[in-house]
Design a protein around this ligand. Structure first.
Ligand SMILES: CC(C)(COP(=O)(O)OP(=O)(O)OC[C@H]1O[C@@H](n2cnc3c(N)ncnc32)[C@H](O)[C@@H]1OP(=O)(O)O)[C@@H](O)C(=O)NCCC(=O)NCCS
Length: 215
């Protein structure tokens, strides 16, 4: 497979939105909203364009990863800037060939070069623990309400950076969506059937799950 990982450019935007819609359609809900997140992200102050990458196979975009700025605060409002990726996706027919791994590894390397302290994401542990992510509870990083979501995961890039303090994670407001706007936006794309899939149940369980007993 001739895989190229390159920076996203403006002329990729629509293709990436269409690809994201294909990859997420009916996965977490009937339909999906991730293509709208991608659309909003480009004009959002938290977007990090130099960390937006696409994966190409034979000149076709088949995957992408996008990052936003995020941060953690301790009890004294000391702040550590972090990065958050998502959505990340690969077209269904190109999945399980290492493309997602290549996108993560490539951007992880750049984050390390840029002295990023940590990458914090919301995602399925199955997809990310193999890349070194751990649950945030292991580093004393709660969500902004002081709870420890099952899917809030951290990849520490500077050793012990979170040690000895309790932190709260704050992610970009770009992920807070108005569902009516998602429906409106989706009308620009070709019609696709919204359906129930059991993966939606797994997702609904995961997003309401929290860990307890930090130690
Ligand atoms: C999650 C996602 C980005 C992963 O991308 P991907 O390209 O499929 O990822 P990889 O191929 O690197 O790894 C996926 C699996 O394929 C396996 N794999 C990698 N290369 C392989 C190969 N050549 N042959 C067989 N299996 C392979 C990996 O070991 C991994 O296995 P596991 O799931 O059992 O651990 C992709 O599946 C996707 O877009 N899913 C839909 C959207 C989504 O869920 N995004 C993430 C939201 S949390």
């Amino acid at each position: 497979m001739n895989l190229i990982i390159r920076n996203e450019i403006k002329s990729d935007y629509k293709i990436v939105e269409e690809m994201t819609r294909e990859a997420f359609w009916n996965l977490h809900m009937p339909g999906c909203d991730e293509h709208y997140v991608v659309h909003l992200m480009r004009d959002h102050p938290d977007f990090v364009p130099e960390m937006a990458y696409v994966a190409e196979v034979d000149n076709k975009i088949v995957g992408n990863i996008m990052y936003t700025k995020s941060f953690v605060l301790d009890e004294n409002n000391n702040r550590i800037d972090t990065l958050t990726f998502g959505p990340i996706c690969v077209l269904p027919e190109y999945q399980r060939q290492g493309i997602g791994t290549s996108l993560i590894n490539h951007t992880k390397k750049i984050a390390i070069q840029n002295k990023t302290k940590a990458i914090i994401i919301l995602g399925h542990p199955h997809n990310y623990c193999k890349h070194g992510f751990k649950n945030c509870i292991d580093y004393g990083i709660s969500d902004s309400d002081g709870r420890y979501p099952y899917g809030q995961l951290v990849l520490e890039l500077e050793k012990s950076v979170f040690e000895g303090k309790a932190w709260k994670f704050h992610f970009s407001s770009v992920y807070e969506l108005d569902e009516n706007r998602v429906s409106e936006f989706d009308k620009q794309f070709c019609r696709k059937e919204k359906e129930y899939k059991y993966s939606q149940e797994e997702y609904r369980i995961a997003v309401r799950a929290y860990l307890e007993n930090p130690q």
